[in-house]
Design a protein around this ligand. Structure first.
Ligand code: SF4
Length: 92
């Protein structure tokens, strides 16, 4: 089997593709932290996009990563899903 000489190409900075993603355009509902003290840290493991963090300062959602699936609100108290857009339907 011949070894191919593949070109060496530069890769992006770590996290560059993640930073470029913006799920806000397809999100219908978004999670809002209503009571940070009640948020179960286990939601950081349930979130499929790694969009929610919980530390000693409280819970925080990275809306650039969140796609609005609602798993975090289903699995923990202190998080409520609210409509992303509250204006008239069909008008953007
Ligand atoms: S709604 Fe889904 S994607 Fe967004 S923070 Fe919660 S679990 Fe993660």
């Amino acid at each position: 089997m011949a070894v191919k000489n593949l070109p060496i190409v530069p890769s992006g900075d770590p996290g560059a593709l993640v930073e470029a993603a913006n799920y806000a355009t397809w999100r219908i509902f978004r999670p809002v932290i209503t009571e940070s003290a009640k948020v179960n840290p286990i939601v950081t493991l349930y979130c499929p996009d790694g969009a929610i963090t919980v530390d000693e300062s409280g819970a925080e959602v990275n809306y650039k990563l969140c796609k609005g699936c609602g798993i975090c609100a289903k699995e923990s108290e202190g998080i409520q899903m609210v409509p992303e857009y509250t204006g008239p339907k069909g008008v953007f």
